[in-house]
Design a protein around this ligand. Structure first.
Ligand code: PMP
Length: 382
């Protein structure tokens, strides 16, 4: 007796950055030193005040299922945080705490999409968006954005992609993989199109110029996705959340109950400490990212990579590598094999990423400098 693996399971694309990382780990297993600039994960340990709160929670027996929507205290703290940062108000009952933003995205898409329904997103995009939408039978409608226009999305660019099947416009600002941020005037114009917005605000707080704005400032019914992974260096705690209009809560809550039951109890207590106490740690991390960004931007441009704009947020540089190779996928793996530096091929982020590679500067300045040195040597000799 045997079961068939579904086509959608067989055909879901790999997350190429993980392929790079896994190959890097094999090389490391052979004793080779690798500089990691591929993964989108803060290199900092979780700030001490958060770790303390997590340990305390474990000791106090916070090791059980929680309310499926998450601890009320945490949901209230999320409301306060949004009120303080953006002046917006929503009810703790509109929040569902999840195990990272990834399940939040998956549940939201699953609740929103029937077969062939469409989600509009930029190209390049965070790969899991398109992969999840397709897995669920939906269609990602990809709006090309170019470095010449600072990867900016505008209502004019979106309009030709609207159809009867459009369910939402998905925005990620600060953006992965480009680090670009959307101006509040443009956010308002995009809301003016009259389509629901899904705003992935996971990189909020990692901002070097300007100020973050939530889409909730412009569209009360916007769907917000956020999490603790990036701002608070908490990737391994697996904690995120969704903010949705009230009539969406019950279905999403039932999905959460069936699929995941609840987010981790002690991680939620740690998340509470993050919101209440960790801003000084975030400020310190952002300052360090800024120094690395400034160094890497100049160093890569000097090597012959083309990066038009200095990114204003997140911790990525999306660099044109066509000066060196037409095939960025091969180029990235060659750099890994021969220069021992991990970087991500741009094609991971959609067709517009061809000819580009993404550098993550979530690594120490010392390692970043060593990475640049190795790439310089490699380019000289190839
Ligand atoms: N959205 C974006 C844009 C991301 O870059 C990531 C992580 N790379 C996620 C969502 C998922 O993060 P997590 O599940 O750790 O919250």
């Amino acid at each position: 007796m045997s079961s068939n693996i579904t086509d959608k399971a067989l055909n879901i694309p790999s997350f190429i950055v993980m392929d790079v990382l896994e190959r890097a780990r094999v090389l490391e297993g052979q004793g080779i030193d690798i500089i990691h600039m591929e993964v989108g994960e803060p290199d900092f340990d979780t700030p001490d005040c958060i770790v303390q709160a997590g340990c305390q929670a474990l000791k106090e027996g916070k090791t059980h299922y929680t309310h499926s929507q998450g601890l009320l205290l945490l949901r209230e703290a999320i409301c306060e945080d949004y009120h303080k940062r953006y002046g917006v108000s929503f009810d703790p009952d509109q929040v569902i705490v999840t195990m990272g933003t990834s399940p939040a995205l998956l549940m939201l898409f699953a609740a929103m999409l029937d077969k062939d329904d469409e989600i509009i997103m930029t190209n390049p995009y965070y790969p899991c968006y398109a992969n999840m939408v397709k897995f669920l039978g939906g269609v990602p409608r990809l709006v090309p954005v170019t470095p010449e226009e600072s990867f900016h999305l505008t209502p004019e660019k979106i309009k030709p992609f609207l159809s009867r099947k459009t369910k939402a416009i998905l925005i990620n600002s600060p953006a992965n993989p480009t680090g670009m941020c959307m101006d509040p005037e443009v956010m308002e114009e995009i809301v003016g199109i009259g389509v629901p917005i899904i705003s992935d605000e996971i990189y909020h707080g990692i901002r070097y110029e300007g100020k973050d704005h939530s889409f909730l400032e412009f569209q009360q019914e916007a769907f917000v996705i956020n999490g603790f992974s990036k701002r608070y260096a908490m990737t391994g705690w697996r904690l995120g959340y969704l903010v949705v209009p009230k009539n969406w809560i019950r279905p999403l809550q039932k999905m959460q109950q069936n699929f995941f039951i609840s987010a981790s109890d002690f991680a939620q207590w740690a998340g509470l400490a993050a919101l209440r106490e960790a801003q000084p740690d975030v400020d310190r991390m952002v300052q360090t990212y800024r120094e690395r960004r400034d160094y890497l931007y100049t160093a890569l441009n000097n090597l012959g990579f083309k990066i038009y704009d200095l990114p204003q947020g997140a911790f990525y540089l999306f660099a044109d590598c066509r000066e060196f190779s037409e095939n960025a996928y091969t180029f990235a793996f060659d750099i890994l094999e021969h220069a021992h530096v991990g970087i991500t091929p741009g094609i991971d982020f959609g067709p517009m990423g061809e000819g580009y590679v993404r550098f993550s500067y979530a690594n120490s300045l010392e390692n970043i400098k060593e990475g640049v040195k190795r790439i310089r040597e490699y380019l000289k000799n190839s």
